[in-house]
Design a binder for this molecule. Structure first.
Ligand SMILES: [Zn+2]
Length: 187
């Protein structure tokens, strides 16, 4: 049974929004995220869903985001591709120094380079059934419409519900039935 580290009270399990900064992205919000909330004080923690399927959902949204990629996005994509700075530079025909400048926001990625990156993300990070010609076309259209504007990236809301394993939901429902207070939780 896990208890609050601050006051040793039990946690209550609930659902709510969680800003998913663990992803390295400041603008991704998981809705319907399982949260453990101390019944006595203000401590709370998120029970994060399956990282793998969640990651694909984030990539799907990023591909279509109607704003230019920022440093945190570029770093997230490079890490998702499991590439070093050198390898990532090779993929985009640039230098490791330039990659570092993008990630630290000392310079912006050229629009055509970003288009190339988004198209690579489709082929390298999406499951084959999603990496279609239509997706390429859609992403190219997003980039074309974007022009050279500098809009901030809006919050991307992702429903976490679909990314928890079935066992988590079953366990949760059992708990709710057996113990409406929910003051257990050995997760
Ligand atoms: Zn507490």
């Amino acid at each position: 049974m896990s208890r609050c580290l601050k006051c040793s009270s039990p946690f209550r399990r609930t659902r709510g929004d969680h800003r998913y900064v663990e992803s390295g992205l400041s603008f991704v919000v998981l809705s319907q995220c399982i949260l453990l909330v101390c019944i006595a004080c203000d401590v709370s923690a998120a029970v994060l869903p399956n990282a793998e399927t969640l990651h694909i959902a984030i990539v799907e949204k990023l591909l279509r985001v109607p704003a230019r990629f920022t440093g945190e996005v570029i770093r997230f994509v490079r890490r998702s591709l499991k590439l070093t700075g050198d390898e990532f530079a090779g993929l985009l025909g640039t230098s490791r120094v330039e990659v570092s400048r993008w990630e630290n926001e000392h310079s912006g990625m050229h629009g055509l380079t970003e288009l190339r990156l988004r198209l690579q993300m489709i082929d390298l990070l999406l499951p084959p059934e999603s990496a279609t010609h239509a997706t390429h076309h859609e992403v190219a259209t997003v980039m074309t419409d974007l022009g050279f504007g500098n809009l901030p990236i809006p919050d991307l809301i992702i429903d976490a519900q679909a990314h928890y394993g079935a066992d988590v939901n079953r366990r949760r429902m059992t708990r709710h039935r057996d113990d409406p207070v929910g003051a257990e939780l050995e997760s």
